[in-house]
Design a protein around this ligand. Structure first.
Ligand code: CAA
Length: 240
């Protein structure tokens, strides 16, 4: 049986690597994306993976988007909540909209996608939800009260929903990536990033594919006894 997966933010960065890893596993993958039409079109042409546009921070857009995927591709068995944004700045400089945007997209997106897809998974007796948290939700990070709070929230959300899905064949897990060589990390000022990399025991940034392999395992049939867990993939930067 071919499973259907939605990867949010699935056409770029870590999301792109996750989409490809699930496709390699024989899953029918749909990549959700929020903004960059040109990049999404290029991604679809290159990979053969369909891309659907909606804002995961918009509750109704998630319900509508997932209904479209169900109609055009099939019922959704796997959701990877990967879409995320940063609005870094010290508290003194952070605006309320910097706070609100990050909470709405990073944490609200997980709620919205679960509302759209979890009931169907429960009904069919099988499902996989993998939420992309962060080392910075576990350890905190200077200049990221919004992001750290949202990512930390994702870890709590994961453990709570895992309990609701456990008896129904639906597992809910999180991955906590460390610093990965994506555009998001490239936006950190070079001098700051240099100091961060110096504290990674493995001595380098991670690669998106190293996160994707963890996600693929958690989405597999083999991972049915893994639920409510957080897999840290961070080069040893934070041992949690
Ligand atoms: N701990 C303590 N003090 C720190 C610090 C830290 N980690 N980082 C900076 N400071 C200090 C600086 O030394 C400086 O002190 P002085 O004024 O006494 O010299 C002061 O704070 C101001 O630092 P900046 O010049 O950097 O301040 P800024 O206002 O220009 O920038 C910032 C602040 C935007 C937060 C910037 O420091 C920054 O971008 N930091 C990186 C944040 C980060 O790691 N983001 C991760 C993005 S990737 C991601 O989030 C993915 C993931 O999940 C891992």
């Amino acid at each position: 049986m071919t499973r259907v997966a939605i990867v949010t933010g699935g056409s770029r960065g870590i999301g792109e690597a996750i989409s490809l890893a699930l496709k390699d596993m024989g899953v029918t993958v749909v990549a959700n994306y929020g903004g960059n039409d040109e990049k999404a079109r290029e991604f679809s042409e290159r990979t053969g993976i369909k891309a659907f546009k909606w804002d995961v921070g918009d509750h109704q857009a998630c319900l509508d988007g997932c209904a479209r995927v169900t109609e055009e591709v099939g019922p959704v068995d796997i959701v990877v909540n990967n879409a995320g944004i940063t609005r870094d700045g010290t508290l003194a400089r952070m605006s309320h909209s910097d706070w609100d945007d990050v909470m709405r997209v990073n944490l609200g997106g997980c709620f919205n996608m679960a509302k759209a897809c979890f009931p169907g998974m429960v009904e069919r007796g099988w499902g996989r939800i993998v939420n992309i948290g962060s080392i910075n939700g576990q350890a905190g990070q200077y200049g990221q009260v919004n992001y750290a709070a949202a990512k930390s929230g994702i870890h709590g959300f994961t453990k709570a929903l895992a309990q609701e899905g456990a008896k129904k064949g639906v597992t809910v897990n999180a991955i906590a990536p460390g610093y990965i060589d994506t555009d998001m990390v490239a936006a950190v000022p070079a001098a700051v990033l240099e100091k961060i990399v110096a504290k990674i025991p493995v001595g380098r940034l991670g690669h998106a594919e190293e996160i994707a392999r963890g996600v693929a395992f958690l989405c597999s049939e083999d991972a049915g006894f893994v639920t409510g867990s957080t897999m840290s993939i961070n080069g040893g930067q934070h041992m949690y």
